[in-house]
Design a protein around this ligand. Structure first.
Ligand code: GRF
Length: 199
């Protein structure tokens, strides 16, 4: 299965996919970054994976224009599954139409709790006893879409956001490659998950 990975930052989850999935059950055919400075781009280069930058400013701030260009670039590389791994931003309908029920996102909370860009800080501030990691199908709602997999994580009462962040990342680096591997091997049926969510 050919993957496209969308990134914006450090790309530690891209690295986990490179180490655990790439060249095995799937091939990362391309990496798209919304940020030219993303360390994730260096990780792609080091692994010999093609990458491209799609900054919003290069498309007049128009998300749909940027998304159409990005979808076209991925389609040229015959990408079948798109994985948002630390991609900041909401994908628009023209992008999602290119990959129906084939766009996954990784989020550092037990959705629907704590959507948005500050999920780990928000969970710490709320004093919850547990949080976790979610992999879900992407729709046009921020951190919405059918849940594909979740893993729980207890929050220690004395925990700092930095400590929790490190433990959440460790779970992410295991859960995301496992889910992608399952999809690639046909052990996880994204169409069935999407169908169930629509009924
Ligand atoms: C992860 O915590 C992911 O859940 C969130 O952004 C972070 C990306 O980290 N969406 P990295 O760029 O993969 O290191």
């Amino acid at each position: 299965m050919r993957l496209g990975v969308l990134v914006s930052g450090s790309g530690s989850n891209l690295q986990a996919l490179i180490e655990r999935v790439h060249g095995r059950s799937a091939t990362i055919a391309g990496v798209c970054s919304s940020n030219a400075e993303a360390v994730a781009l260096e990780r792609a280069r080091a692994a010999g994976i093609e990458s491209a930058v799609f900054e919003l400013s290069a498309h007049g701030g128009e998300r749909e224009l940027r998304d159409r260009a990005m979808a076209g670039w991925l389609a040229e590389r015959q990408v079948e599954l798109v994985v948002c791994a630390g991609f900041m931003g909401v994908l628009t309908a023209p992008f999602l139409a290119g990959f129906p029920d084939r766009v996954l996102n990784l989020h550092p909370s037990l959705l629907p709790a704590f959507p948005g860009a500050h999920a780990i800080d928000d969970a710490c501030a709320a004093g919850v006893a547990e949080t976790g990691v979610t992999v879900h199908l992407v729709d046009e709602v921020l951190d919405g879409g059918p849940i594909v997999a979740q893993e729980r994580l207890p929050v220690n009462y004395h925990e700092t956001p930095e400590g929790l962040r490190a433990r959440i990342h460790a779970v992410e680096h295991r859960l995301l490659p496992a889910v992608v591997d399952d999809v690639a091997r046909g052990a996880l049926d994204l169409d069935a998950i999407a169908r169930k969510a629509r009924t």
